[in-house]
Design a protein around this ligand. Structure first.
Ligand code: NI
Length: 407
């Protein structure tokens, strides 16, 4: 064993090649950062720990986590959807290397810029990214941006960049007349987001969107806030029926990402979910981590679950969610329906505390949010009524994930 590892080590390049754009990934679950022999643990990584990828070596990635550089298997990492927050502070906030309060930083954020934000374990810090700059920032220096609806007026369309600068890396192009949501403007640039692309464009290329005539759905999107509650890993004989009852009370629609072998155990529960008008998603047959499987086995996981669902409700799942959020090209190639992750991870499975589940939703909910919950824990059912009561008061409509994806 030792000899074998020594040989692998010999083949590793001695230098690390940092990619031109900071390639940030996140651990799927709690894992370990190993030394260059792949044998010794340098540090424990919490779930969703942000790491910067420095170099790729077959299945291994050389990554930096805070101040430490080490190795991790590539299938233990994933990409998470960011939240966009506005930098609002008295002076430009420093981006720290770690979440411990300290003086040195990697750089400063611009006031009034929009940054990508990822939650961390830390009480006071979140992990942010702005172009090449990434690190920890005090979360109190960030606020929710106000959204303005705009349209691209430039007939040639506009170039989208990852920073508010003419030299910012180009991430795409928006055609003329694209409808965008504008989250901020600064020094001639506007941060815009669409369902495909988010980044900075020249502010002068935008005009306020005209009110849509009644031809399109009159009450949708602009007035009503929508949120998608999703329940994974069931159906469960005891918990899922309670959840259905509470959802019905609030006239709420939700999405249930079911596991094939649980469907076989509790077909009547799945039938009740479908009868109540909720959306059914495929969550593999036995909660497999698909990125570790061959294409053939991935297909089997998906098809056998679809078959189990169809045997009960007469149709296939309309959406898919990979367990652990573990997705790669091999997995995506097998999918015939959209793969949907989440924007709010309540960690209900971990803390099993209804108050924390509620607090997580309360803190992060916004129009278009997708909330990750699990209908296999009593504590999640216990959290549901307060969550629905709160969000209803705030004017939210409870919809399926497909409804959110439409916009
Ligand atoms: Ni799951």
């Amino acid at each position: 064993m030792t000899l074998c590892f020594g040989f692998v080590l010999f083949l590793l390049p001695q230098h690390s090649t940092a990619s031109p754009t900071a390639d940030i990934k996140f651990t799927l679950e709690a894992s370990e950062l190993l030394d260059e022999s792949f044998q010794y643990v340098l540090t424990e990584l919490p779930k969703h720990a942000p790491v910067t990828v420095l170099a790729v070596q077959d299945d291994w990635l050389k990554v930096q986590f805070k101040t430490q550089v080490g190795y991790i298997k590539s299938d233990q990492l994933t990409i998470l959807p960011p939240q966009y927050m506005l930098v609002q502070a008295k002076s430009a906030p420093l981006v720290h290397v770690t979440d411990l309060q300290q003086i040195e930083g990697r750089g400063k954020l611009h006031l009034n810029s929009i940054v990508e934000v990822y939650p961390t374990d830390s009480k006071n810090f979140v992990f942010v990214r702005y172009g090449h700059l990434a690190g920890y920032v005090n979360k109190h220096l960030l606020v929710q941006p106000k959204v303005k609806l705009m349209t691209v007026k430039d007939p040639k369309g506009v170039v989208v960049r990852s920073t508010a600068s003419p030299s910012g890396p180009v991430i795409g192009q928006l055609p003329a007349k694209s409808d965008v949501k504008m989250l901020t403007t600064l020094v001639g640039w506007a941060f815009v987001t669409t369902d495909k692309l988010s980044g900075y464009v020249l502010a002068s290329s935008l005009v306020p969107a005209k009110e849509k005539p009644a031809a399109t759905k009159p009450t949708s999107s602009t007035k009503v806030k929508k949120i998608a509650l999703t329940f994974d890993d069931g159906p469960h004989a005891k918990v899922t029926p309670q959840i259905l009852k509470i959802l019905e009370k609030y006239d709420a629609k939700a999405t249930f990402f079911v596991v094939g072998n649980e469907v076989k155990k509790n077909p009547k529960v799945l039938q009740a979910v479908a009868d109540a008008g909720h959306e059914i998603g495929n969550h593999t047959f036995n909660h497999a981590k698909l990125t570790t499987l061959s294409a053939r086995k991935i297909k089997l996981q998906i098809d056998s679950t679809d078959a189990a669902i169809k045997a009960v409700i007469g149709q296939n799942a309309t959406v898919f969610r990979p367990p652990y959020g573990a997705l790669n090209k091999t997995v995506s190639n097998q999918l015939k329906v959209p793969s949907v992750l989440w924007t709010i991870d309540t960690l209900d499975w971990k803390h099993r505390d209804p108050k924390q589940t509620l607090a997580s939703v309360q803190k992060n909910a916004k129009n278009g949010s997708i909330v990750l919950l699990h209908d296999i824990h009593q504590t999640t059912a216990d959290a549901l009524e307060p969550i629905l009561a709160l969000l209803e008061k705030q004017g939210y409509e409870f919809v399926t994930v497909s409804e959110i994806l439409k916009k």
